[in-house]
Design a protein around this ligand. Sequence first.
Ligand code: TXA
Ligand code: MG
Length: 326
Amino acid sequence: MSYKTKIFPATESHIKDAAAALRAGKLVIIPTETVYGLAANAIDAEAASSIFSAKKRPFFDPLICHIADYDMLEILTDHLSPALKRLTKKFWPGPLTIVTIKSEKVPRIITSGLQTVAIRMPAHPVAISIIKEAGVPLAAPSANLFGKLSPTRPEHTLDLQQSVHSIIDGGPCEIGVESTIIRELDGKIVILRPGKITPKQIEETVHMPVITSNETEVPDAPGQLPSHYAPASPVVLIDEGETPSEATSKSVLLAFRKDRDNSPFMAATVLSATGSLNQAASQLFDCLHKLDKLSPDTIYVERVPSKGIGIAIMNRLTKAAFNKVG
Ligand code: TXA
Ligand code: MG
C-alpha cells in the first residue's frame, strides 16, 4: 500500500471541499503569507477546541481569527479604536494581527477567557478564498505541534495530518515568520510579538508611541513564552563567522549570508547569500526543519542584524535556543 498524504493543490474543488469540511466543524491546514495555519470555524466552540487537542496546545494560549473582509470583522468585534482602524486600513490584508475587545459571538475557548480577541486578514489568495467559501472567520494558529518549529511549507505540517480533513498547498510562505501582534493600551501601541510590520511603520501610520511588551511570567501573548519554535536538536546562537570550539562533525550550521568554512560541521546552509533579511525570514523555518532532520547533536545558528524583520528572526531564534542543553 502506497503512503498517501492529505496535501492537495489549491484547486477550486479542493478549496470547496475544504470549506465544506470547515463548516462541518473539521480542521483544515491552510496557507498564509506568514506560516501555514491549522484552521477551524472561529464561531464554533467545539471545532475550535479540537485545534487545541490536535496541537497539544495549552488552553491558556488564545487563537488568532482570520477574516476575508470587513463584514467578518464585525462578527468578531463591535468596536475598533481609530488607531487600530487606521492600522488595519494600512496593513490589511497583511501580516498584522490586532488585539481588540471581542464580541459576544466569539467563544471563550478562542480567547482563553480573555475579553479581547486577536484578528488578522491574511494576504494570501488561497487563504482568502477558503475563508470566503467557508463564510465564517477561521481560527488558525500556526500548524505545528505546540512549541515546535513553525511550518512554511505544506510538508512541514505532516505531523498533524491525522487530525485534519486536508492540507491545502499554497506553496512556500513568502514572509516565513508569524504576523506582528499589537494592541492599544493607554494611548500607546504595544507590540506583543515582532513580525514583518515594524514599530517604525506602525508609528508612521498612527503617530503614537510604539512600545515592545516586556516578557513576563504570564505572557500577554504566549508566543512570548521564553521557549518556543524549537527543533528537536538543541540550537546554539553564534556570531557571524564564528566557529565554536565545541562544534563537531555531528553538528550543523545555519549561516546568515556567507558561504564560509564548513569544517567541522556535518552540513551547513545559508539563509540568504545576499544578506537579505526578508529572504532570511522566508527561509528560516524551512532551513531549521531540514537541518533538524539530520538529527545533529547541535544546530549552530548565526545571529542576524536586529533591524526590520531581523528583530522577528532573532525573537524566534532566541526562543528556539532557550532549551539548549549545557
Ligand atoms: O502569522 C500568524 O499570525 C500565524 C498565521 C497562521 O496567521 N498565526 C499564528 O498563530 O502565529 P499562533 O497561535 O501560533 O500565535 C498566536 C499568538 C499566540 O502567542 C497568542 O497568545 C496570541 O497570538 N494571542 C491570541 N489572542 C490573543 C489575545 N486576545 N491577547 C493577546 N495575545 C493573543
Ligand atoms: Mg505558533
